[in-house]
Design a protein around this ligand. Structure first.
Ligand code: PNW
Length: 497
């Protein structure tokens, strides 16, 4: 296949990380094996009517048992890094109120060692949506400031056991999505919301997202602070956070719509990045929310100074934004006060921002990648960035054949075009250090269960057999063409005399 927009001189340095991404709950299975405690997602998916196809992550890709086979799939693609998350309740089944689960430690040690043997750098997230259910039951998890102490303890445990070999740490995956979907719309655990945002039995959609976010920001800061003081010097790694990042285009050239775009970013991504990097909430949030926004104490501000070493960006799609502050909008996503009066819509005059896909929120708008990277570069002084997720999903379709399932030309075109605009941003100076495709395998896609597929490999769930798609071959060739370094080569620097 030939695709336009191929790059003549590679902007990707040889140290660039090319990898794939995953998460514990979506991949591992083995939900109650070897001493693992229940997570919030285990409990949630076992309730009726939460997941489209009634499925759960009890088995998922059975990656917990098949990690060596999966490591070999990565090796055959030629990635030099792998992003995965640790299951908090596999390490600490009861949070800090119980013991460390030795079998969990052994599992991740074995996996990390297996990756390094093939020169694949582990890029490790401490929590990707899943937390021990115990913390939910005991004090309401992210709603309580007590969670900061639990997260610090958990992070400390992971740095202690794995930090000699893990050089890239992510504290939280998409805390903005957790705050919004867990506590505003209520579609993720712990299913908190209130009307008109949703119909849950508990919660307050106007207030809780901001309390939760505040505790997440301070939990991040607590983990970074323990890493800086106890581990970083000796272990030599770096630590950051991963945000879900959407690109927004104003729906018109009016000043009002342009200001709404800024509010949209502030109420979604800058909500977390500003306090962590700039030491305060975005001005738009302070102005609109006033006393509904929690306040950082002097001590909090001191801890926030630990900041981060890099920003992880999960970017998939873009939306138009319409102002709802200076003009009246119909109710809709983003339109309300606590969302910043910035209505999100995929269409302008009946035309989509980018090609729609079979996934309802995913529109192909490659320029969004260049634009969001450039926006973050400018707002945060070109701090190192990783594209920690980017990928293409397809909704299950009864008419598809094995042939059409494997010949995923649209996924290839998507990745090629987004990498092309990423390269443009890098040529213009953006300090991007790596790119991770979501995902290595088809997996449990949260409330869509197994009906949405993001994998470079197809997974046949009855047998759990993995089969590479065209996109796996394409990614292999892309990586080979950009001759990135294999970072493993155990001992390569010890034999130099
Ligand atoms: C990410 N959006 O979530 C998650 O980190 C993954 O676990 C998930 O499987 C993947 O994307 C694919 O859905 C997203 O608003 C959350 O555009 C929100 C958005 C996109 C992805």
């Amino acid at each position: 296949i030939s695709l336009k927009g191929s790059m003549d001189s590679s902007p990707f340095p040889s140290s660039f990380l090319f990898g794939t991404a995953s998460s514990s709950y979506q991949f591992e299975g083995a939900f109650s094996s070897d001493g693992k405690g229940p997570s919030n997602w285990d409990v949630f998916t076992h309730e009726p009517d939460k997941i489209t196809d009634g499925s759960n992550g009890d088995v998922a890709d059975d990656h917990y048992h098949r990690y060596l086979e999966d490591r070999d799939l990565m090796d055959s693609i030629g990635v030099n890094s792998y992003r995965f998350s640790i299951s908090w309740s596999r390490i600490l089944p009861k949070g800090r109120f119980g013991n460390v689960n030795r079998a969990g430690i052994d599992h991740y040690n074995n996996f990390i060692n297996a990756l390094l043997l093939k020169g694949i750098q582990p890029f490790v997230t401490l929590t990707h949506y899943d937390i021990p259910q115990k913390l939910e039951d005991k004090y309401g998890s992210w709603l309580s400031s007590k969670v900061q102490e639990d997260f610090r303890y958990y992070a400390d445990t992971c740095f202690r056991f794995f930090g000699d070999r893990v050089k890239y740490w992510v504290t939280l995956n998409e805390p903005n999505v957790v705050a919004i979907r867990g506590y505003r719309s209520g579609i993720y655990p712990p299913s908190h919301c209130s009307r008109p945002f949703g119909n849950c039995s508990r919660g307050d959609s106007e207030k809780e997202p901001f309390i939760v976010a505040h505790n997440m920001i301070l939990s991040h800061a607590a983990a970074v602070s323990i890493y800086r003081t106890k581990y970083q010097k000796k272990q030599g790694g770096s630590i950051g956070i991963v945000m879900n990042a959407l690109w927004y285009e104003p729906i018109s050239n009016s000043l009002e719509d342009k200001l709404a775009v800024e509010r949209g970013q502030s109420f979604y991504m800058n909500w977390f990045l500003d306090p962590i990097i700039l030491g305060k909430y975005p001005i738009e949030m302070l102005e609109i929310l006033q006393s509904d926004l929690p306040v950082f104490s002097k001590q909090d501000l001191e801890m926030l100074k630990n900041g981060l070493d890099f920003i992880g960006i999960n970017h998939y799609t873009s939306f138009y934004i319409k102002d709802c502050m200076f003009s009246v909008c119909e109710p809709g996503p983003g339109a309300s006060r606590t969302e910043g009066f910035a209505l999100r819509t995929a269409q302008k005059n009946g035309i989509f921002i980018g090609e729609p896909t079979t996934v309802d929120w995913l529109f192909v708008y490659p320029r969004g990648m260049e634009n969001i990277v450039t926006y973050i570069k400018e707002r945060y002084n070109n701090i190192p960035m990783f594209i920690s997720e980017n990928g293409f999903g397809e909704q299950e379709n009864p008419n598809s054949t094995m042939e059409t399932l494997l010949h995923d030309i649209k996924r290839v075109e998507y990745m090629n075009s987004y990498l092309d605009t990423l390269a443009t941003a890098m040529r213009k100076g953006a300090d991007v250090r790596g790119y991770f495709v979501w995902s290595l395998l088809d997996n449990f896609e949260w409330t869509s269960g197994y009906t949405t597929q993001f994998g470079l490999h197809l997974v046949d769930y009855p047998t759990l057999k993995r089969t590479p798609r065209l996109s796996a071959t394409w990614y292999k060739e892309f990586i080979a063409k950009h001759n990135v370094q294999n970072l493993s080569a155990p001992n390569c620097n010890q034999e130099s005399k």
